[in-house]
Design a protein around this ligand. Sequence first.
Ligand SMILES: Cc1ncc(COP(=O)(O)O)c(C=O)c1O
Length: 467
Amino acid sequence: MAAADRFAPDLLVRLERDGRPLRLQLEEQLREAIRAGRLRPGTALPSTRALAADLGVSRGVVVEAYAQLVAEGWLVAGQGARTRVAAAARQAEPRATPAPTGPRVRIDFRPGLTDLAAFPRREWLASLRRVLREAPDAALGWQDPRGERALRETLAAYLGRSRGALADPERIVVATGMTQALVLVAGALRRRGARRIAVEDPGFHIHRDALAHAGLEPVAVPVDEGGIDTDRLAAAAPDAVLVTPAHQQPTGVVLAPERRAALLRWAEETGALVIEDDYDAEHRYDREPVGALQGLAPERVAYLGSPSKTLAPSLRLGWAVLPSALAGPVGEEKLRADLGSPVLDQLALADFIERGELDRHLRRTRRSYRRRRDALVGALARLLPAARVTGIAAGLHALVLLPEGTDEAALVERALERGIALAPLAPMRVAAPGPPGVLIGYANVAETAIERGVAELAAIAGELGSA
Ligand SMILES: Cc1ncc(COP(=O)(O)O)c(C=O)c1O
């Protein structure tokens, strides 16, 4: 049997048994599908034998229809090769404008990236293989939308030992990233009558926007060296607050002990919910670990986390550890949102953590991230001495505050034109004033490139008159 005979991709064709010749119907439908762009140039068609069997016609009908369309230039057929839609086949629809490709990024200082080249591919693959081999067939069916029991149990133990969280698998909901977990919590709050949610200013704008999109009104509360201003928070009287206590995004400050106490007291007294975004707490370099707030008040705090900052953001996994009254409603939100997160990936993550691979990976990356951070801080001190660097005791990025008057947008834009990507501070600000700045992620950039990148940024700052 020739290769083409075994080739049987599905093709949507419906022939009417109304007396019109079947060959003509088939030709018309293929021509129309090509003209409309449903069959794109280069698409391989099923073999004549396979299509004839699918359509319940004799093979000759398909052979003749293909031959006619080849003659007209719609299809091409090589000797013994598959028949394909011709590369030059006319498209009725104008092609979508290709997305602008932008300059190539040579040095990727965008915050929020792990060292992507250090992703533990071998170990992750071993976990994936293991779960695929060992999972029963039933695991491939519909599962608990709150997430795989194995992962929820593993997370409960991991978050307890590494973050001091008090996590019961029954109060964990697995999501596609911490961001979805936040949206699910916001949805559940909204349905229970919440209207306003306090957010940090400056704070992570993507989450502020996600909360507004979920129907809650974000109320900005200023952040200073001690973290969110709890007096201003209490005065704003929101139904909930989203905070990053272990490493404030973007300033990098730790929520001061008296503020932690004040925050939990406020939540206790008012019945408001504290949403704790523990996004990069595993990465700390020269300070004591800061435990999760949730461990101190598990009925007042929803704890959110993900492997985006420990492994890679593309895994799109995350979790919420919830107060008991919210566990059911957030599980419902997840059910309504998408019926659950990918099961094999959840099982792989559980296996990966259980085998100690996450701990091993963190130990390795913590060392290299610390070297990269030191390289960044050193280069900034030498090459951009007018800048003030904060938030470097933990996390994967530094906040670099620039002299007043610096056009941070121009700096970021000009850097990107030269292949250096970084993030401006302005989108993270709401109302609280402060100097211009940029966020420089260092985890995904080798030390030598960090030095080069900072030198280029310093040159651009000089051109803009702000070095
Ligand atoms: C403050 C903050 N929280 C959480 C995340 C990660 O979200 P996710 O788990 O959805 O990838 C980020 C990513 O940049 C972040 O900056």
